[in-house]
Design a protein around this ligand. Structure first.
Ligand code: DGL
Length: 263
């Protein structure tokens, strides 16, 4: 594997671009290929078997495209499929999991909240982590039902989203949380609205920056960090429509390539 090969990234849709932004900020010289499987979004209500099969399909596309490492920029796919992926393919995988551990360690009210998909909250991997923390904190789990489809439609700043967030954040405030963990890579796009709905003492955390740091460390370990001097090739593929992807990446318009592709 050569160091100038791309970092492969996939998500059920456009949300994982929040992780891509962290990766690109930390390693601006790296080539990247991002797959948005929007045709099959949301993954959050699918069975574990379906999530594994879609994750394998995305992985095989990225391996064929020459990826040197794969970042699973989706909590639902990570918590349901990463063990299976690691057992099936000979390539390093980086996953993303809800950061409930750091939240639990820092919470003063001993109440933390997690907003994630049904698939993530019902996974064995998530249960294992949350069970190990229940002696320290009370964890309020809320399924972000309906949020991913709206973000996929490009309706981030919409009345529909606001109505849902108001309801979900009321549950969190009733539980007296002081940390809100975002357990879905689509949700960082909602941070501004969440801040408006929550009291100032509530800290919102997501795992994007940690994932980027971990990816860099693993590339370093395998001596796969890019040494190229030319501007990187930053490719994005969507198998539904490219509009919402372009909207979320509008600040990068002149340096990225966004295309429709069947996969
Ligand atoms: N971005 C995915 C995650 O982090 C989306 C979930 C979905 O497709 O339901 O969980």
């Amino acid at each position: 594997m050569k160091s100038d090969h791309p970092i492969g990234i996939f998500d059920s849709g456009v949300g994982g671009t929040s992780i891509w932004k962290e990766l690109h900020a930390l390693m601006p010289w790296e080539n990247t290929i991002y797959l948005a499987d929007s045709r099959n979004a949301p993954y959050g209500n699918k069975s574990r078997e379906e999530i594994i099969s879609l994750s394998k399909k995305n992985t095989e596309f990225l391996i064929k495209a020459g990826a040197k490492i794969i970042v699973v920029a989706c909590n639902t796919a990570t918590t349901n499929a990463i063990t299976e992926l690691r057992n099936s393919y000979n390539i390093p995988f980086i996953g993303i999991e809800p950061a409930i551990k750091p939240a639990a360690l820092q919470s003063k009210t001993k109440n933390i909240g997690i907003l994630a998909t049904k698939g993530t909250l019902s996974s064995d991997l998530f249960h294992k982590t949350s069970e190990s923390l229940t002696n320290h904190v009370q964890i309020t789990e809320v399924i972000g039902e309906g949020l991913v489809p709206l973000i996929e439609e490009g309706l981030v700043n919409s009345k529909e989203i606001n109505v849902l967030l108001k309801k979900y954040m009321q549950t969190m405030m009733d539980a007296n949380i002081d940390y809100l963990v975002l357990g879905c890579s689509h949700y960082p796009y909602l941070i501004t609205f969440l801040k408006d709905l929550l009291p100032n003492h509530v800290t919102i955390i997501d795992s994007g920056e940690a994932v980027a740091k971990q990816t860099k460390a693993v590339l370093e370990q395998h001596q796969l960090l890019s040494t190229q001097k030319a501007p990187p090739l930053l490719q994005f593929y969507n198998n539904a429509s490219i509009g919402p992807l372009k909207l979320l990446l509008k600040d990068y318009d002149d340096v990225i390539k966004v295309d429709y592709k069947e996969f």
